[in-house]
Design a protein around this ligand. Sequence first.
Ligand SMILES: *Cc1c(COP(=O)(O)O)cnc(C)c1O
Length: 429
Amino acid sequence: MGSSPFDAWITGDDQVTDLLSQEWNRQTSTLQLIASENFASPAVMAATGSVLTNKYSEGYPGRRYYGGNQVVDQVEDLARRRLVALFGADHANVQPHSGANANVAVYQGLLEPGDTILAMRLDQGGHLTHGSPASITSKIWNFVSYGVTPRSDDPSVAGEVIDFDNVRALALHHRPKLIVAGATAYSRFIEPAPFREIADEVGALLMFDSAHVAGLIAGGSHPNPVPFADVVTFTTHKTLRGPRGGAILCREEHAKKIDMSVFPGMQGGPLENAIAAKAVAFREASHKSFSEYTERIVENAKGFAGALAAEGFRIVSGGTDNHMVILDLRDFDADLTGKVAQEVLDRAGITTNRNQIPDDPRSPFVTSGLRLGTPAETTAGMGVGEFSQVASLIARALRGRDEEAHVEGVRVDVNELCSRFNPYADFGK
Ligand SMILES: *Cc1c(COP(=O)(O)O)cnc(C)c1O
């Protein structure tokens, strides 16, 4: 097993060094197709592992509760300035430790417990923090859920897309205080304008959760919700390719409430090392090469969807506009569940996650679907040709899943493909 170029950073702890080497090996010798993952740049990782991890800085730049924040204030201000410029927003909060924290901070800052929120249902593509019974959000606020239109077998009619008639009818009936747009498993553009129209009609605020598509928005490959939404939340580690974390953009009128809700409302000291890494990622995302990257992400996803359809998979909604492809496995093989598919592909060195599809007859633990994404391997340099090859590797592994030697054969081909696309090949040389 090769040692990773990052090993030199850790000395004297053989157990952790060994585990990091194993993970480095896994990430670079198997295919990373989880739609919410990416390969952050060495610059992002260096900032994450910097001296800023040592500093306490509760509060905000210029208003801290601890001394010694002269430098940290500049770091956080730089991150906020870069973020506001990247998306064209009024105000940024870069402190949320994660996307889930960012969402809860918005609910807490703008609503009272018991208020009604209209959001997308989990099994239709929404996120846990959009009111899933398993999430604390559903215990504090009253969620009403919208979904997608029925499956369509007529190519001229879009099926499994956000049902705006349903959104509007529910909004008129329940009069929510907040409408949440955004999804975690949805492969079509999410247009912000119709959500704004409905929110205005019922006097609701609009939050756009752009966790998945933030990088595509920054690169110009997805409509920007900032001009339409009161608040935009996102994660920094998905298509945006930064460190793990969250952030919030909002209109000036909500800035104070949002900031107070993140700290002291929800979190203690911010992770300034992560905030420095966010600043690095925001700068990277402002470059022309990042726009070219996001265009390739989408082009690869479209090619991937076409190649998977040719292998006999049904693509939920008939295709993709973004970085993800959601497979309905039932047409490929009625007995194949998402759970089994994910496990077989893991053995073949292909990392994916099972996902419910709209109106899935199987439980969230079993599922009939698989969610695939192109951001990580696009960072590693793969193009449409490689993604078609990956589509046939997936189909081969699943067809021959009962024979270990067959799955092992796919794994050899996966390793060969990955050896030509190492995201950190030039690092440490
Ligand atoms: C990933 C995701 C989140 C949560 O992000 P974490 O950093 O995992 O907490 C929230 N909303 C949506 C739509 C997501 O896809």
